[in-house]
Write a new protein. Structure first.
Length: 743
């Protein structure tokens, strides 16, 4: 690989609180070329994430930022004219406008009449010799030197201390120092654009939107804001509390000068603060702004938000220390540092819902930060698995959230958009209930909070319905899996139009009604076999705690075991003397007879009745067929089944790419009979290993997409999606696997 960066991308260290932080040392715009001449398909202005449960803030290396709200519909409050990653064909490669940022903001410093731009790809921020850019847990700091002037911009976010609190604003502390030998006159200006756009519609022309935003600037003392409201041609405007796929009540941005030494103003398209002052030689000036948004758009809410941020300090590291796990017993310092970082990223991504009044952790990447939808349900369940160990209240809130997206008949709605609007789009999936069972089992095993099973929660649409107890949700979801999803001709759990892999929906060009109900999933079946017995054990343990529902709980547990016994017989019979299970039956034929698929393997290794010798044979076959040539972990297929075209590259995505959500279960399965080997696999899957092997991809260091290109693709190790690479999968699965190996 050719290195055309002026320096390495950056390095990890610890901040003054002992928490991990990363210093980006390379120049921007980022550019990189492979040995074969291909341009690396990564955006030119890398980004990090600050956040709490009420705030999502992407901060770019250039100093630009994206202020995002996800409490109702995902929306960007300072949308630029262009998206960060350009346009996207639904399933193809990105056609990138790689120079454009998604957020609109700027900062300038004028010293004795000389103006210097501090932010953007046309600013001093691009030169690593003139500035320093550091990103930590809840903060990002930009330090600039221009002639005899030093400027520091520190953006800090306060963590949420419970699933139900959060501050939808960040603290900006600016320090200006005169490093010269004469008195200098300075003017500092900070501006944020105001342009609200629902992320689900950010690629559409404004004329096609369902609602139109109205911007009304106002000012109260040292606070400037823009109240945003919506109008529509639709006669029946929904109430604020009602389910709606579209946003009629967007949040309103504000900026407040809490140092009270400058002037803040707003117009219909921007908010800004300006400070003018003189500094003697070696003298410095400290300025502070609070920048955020209020869901109601009212001044009183803005004032309340500002009061939660302590202007006596510049950051909230002491509070992040209270939130994040320590991993003090881990002797590998790099691994311990990375585990803390993973926990931070999950905290920063976690998002409170105004409609459901609970918090969940979004998938990020393609679904939330690009498509503007909370999807899919299976992802939301997975992300909470490690929380059972270090943040049980948040894990419980995620469970409540997802149960409120579940109907009284046990159907878990796959996708959520707008204000709580949940539906299944075109998918009739077969595995959502299994991921719920995985999470509730883990929660009960770790916390022994059996009283939670008696808590009453309203099923979807979460209002004006008859509540169900949590154990009744378990029952209805089990009945849905057993009777609605059902089993097929081979006795395996049906596939319907997809299990884990949505690509099943596009495998063959056949009339879909002919294949929807005759496919069977070996992955679903292996999942059920690895989970149902453990869940039944937890339900029986709860019998002595629950009281009046004890008989029903016992019967439910027995029904699960009876169902599992039939599935086990069918699965073992189907595998026969084969050295590994098939992938699925689809369109009246088997997949995975000779071509090994990763999907069912991890859960197969967790089936307690499967002899150890058989598990070792399966794992040996995986090493030969799926791990060969791979650096991070096993690829999804041994030999990609699709021909390879603009939509399905061989070795990419569900056509043989690397997936954290498939490799995680393998690590847990291997850990049940060989912990050292499982630890080896875990270390291979870390960001530390990713960055060691792909040091010139900025996407290798601090987060990742849900899928990376495998060794079969020239751009090996790069996320398929070049949009925001922040995804909860790597953070959640690395943490969860670590806890499972160490427990």
């Amino acid at each position: 690989m050719t290195n055309n960066l002026s320096d390495k991308i950056g390095c990890w260290s610890k901040d003054k609180y002992g928490l991990p932080c990363f210093e980006y040392t390379g120049d921007i715009p980022y550019t990189q070329t492979l040995d074969n001449g291909e341009e690396v398909m990564l955006p030119q202005d890398p980004w990090f994430l600050l956040g709490n449960y009420h705030l999502t803030l992407f901060t770019h290396v250039s100093g630009e930022y994206q202020l995002i709200s996800g409490q109702r519909s995902w929306g960007r409050l300072n949308q630029n004219k262009h998206m960060n990653s350009g346009s996207l064909s639904p399933w193809g490669r990105l056609k990138q406008d790689r120079n454009m940022a998604s957020g609109s903001n700027s900062a300038y410093i004028e010293a004795d009449g000389k103006l210097t731009k501090l932010t953007g790809l046309d600013s001093i921020a691009c030169d690593c010799r003139k500035n320093r850019r550091s990103f930590g847990c809840g903060w990002v700091q930009y330090e600039y030197r221009s002639d005899e002037t030093y400027v520091k911009r520190l953006l800090s976010v306060k963590p949420s201390m419970s699933p139900y609190d959060g501050t939808s604003a960040f603290l900006l502390t600016v320090t200006v120092k005169n490093c010269g030998n004469e008195i200098k006159s300075y003017t500092y200006k900070e501006t944020m654009g105001v342009n609200y756009r629902e992320i689900q519609f950010h690629t559409l022309p404004e004329s096609s939107l369902k609602t139109r935003c109205i911007y009304k600037p106002f000012q109260v003392g040292n606070l400037a804001a823009v109240k945003i409201s919506c109008e529509s041609d639709e006669p029946m405007k929904p109430g604020r509390e009602e389910l709606c796929r579209y946003e009629y009540y967007p949040p309103s941005p504000f900026m407040c000068d809490i140092s009270a030494v400058g002037k803040v103003s707003s117009s219909s398209d921007s908010i800004w603060a300006e400070f003018s002052f003189e500094l003697a030689p070696q003298e410095e000036k400290r300025l502070q702004l609070v920048i955020g948004f209020a869901m109601s758009g009212e001044w009183e809410e803005m004032e309340s938000i500002i009061s939660k941020l302590d202007c006596q300090k510049d950051d909230f590291g002491d509070e992040w220390l209270k939130v994040l796990p320590k991993f003090e017993t881990e002797t590998d310092e790099n691994l311990a540092r990375e585990l803390v970082w993973h926990a931070y990223c999950l905290e920063a991504m976690a998002t409170y819902s105004e409609y459901y009044n609970e918090t969940e952790i979004p998938q990020g990447t393609i679904y939330d930060y690009f498509g503007g939808q909370h999807a899919s349900a299976r992802d939301n369940f997975q992300h909470a698995l490690p929380l059972c160990y270090y943040n049980p209240p948040l894990a419980k809130s995620v469970i409540r959230y997802m149960l409120k997206r579940t109907t009284s008949l046990g159907e878990i709605r796959l996708i959520e958009m707008g204000n709580g609007f949940a539906y299944n789009e075109r998918y009739f999936t077969s595995d959502q209930q299994l991921y719920f069972f995985m999470l509730i089992t883990e929660y009960l095993e770790v916390t022994e909070d059996y009283e939670f099973l008696s808590e009453e929660i309203m099923p979807y649409p979460a209002k004006n319905t008859n509540p169900l107890k949590v154990w009744e949700f378990v029952k209805e979801c089990f009945v849905f899996l057993r009777d609605t999803v059902g089993t097929g001709a081979h006795g395996l759990i049906n596939l319907l139009n997809s299990d884990w892999s949505d690509a099943v929906y596009y495998v063959e060009n056949v009339p879909y009604n002919m294949v929807l109900l005759n496919g069977e999933s070996h992955m679903n079946t292996a999942m059920a076999l690895s989970i149902l017995d453990k869940l039944a054990v937890q339900l029986k343990k709860a019998v002595d705690v629950i009281g009046e529902d004890c008989d029903a709980l016992f019967v439910l547990a027995e029904s699960m075991l009876s169902c599992r016994e039939k599935l086990l017989a069918a699965f073992i019979h189907d595998m026969g003397d084969r050295s590994f299970p098939r992938r699925m039956y689809f369109n009246s034929k088997p997949y995975g007879d000779d071509n090994m698929f990763l999907e069912p393997m991890g859960f197969t290794l967790q089936i307690k009745e499967l002899p150890l010798e058989k598990k070792r044979i399966i794992y040996d076959q995986m090493q030969k067929r799926l791990y060969k040539g791979e650096i991070i972990g096993a690829r999804e297929q041994e030999k990609p089944q699709f021909d390879g075209n603009k939509e399905w590259y061989a070795g990419s995505r569900e056509n043989g790419g690397f997936w954290y959500s498939l490799n995680g279960p393998v690590i847990i399965g291997v850990g049940e009979f060989d912990k050292p080997e499982a630890m080896k696999l875990l270390n291979n899957m870390t960001l530390e290993n990713l960055s060691r092997n792909f040091p010139h991809y900025w996407s290798s260091y601090w987060s990742s997409s849900d899928t990376l290109e495998s060794s079969l693709v020239s751009q090996h190790g790069i996320p398929y999606w070049c949009i925001p690479v922040y995804c909860a999968h790597p953070h959640a699965w690395i943490l969860y696997c670590y806890y499972k190996i160490k427990e």
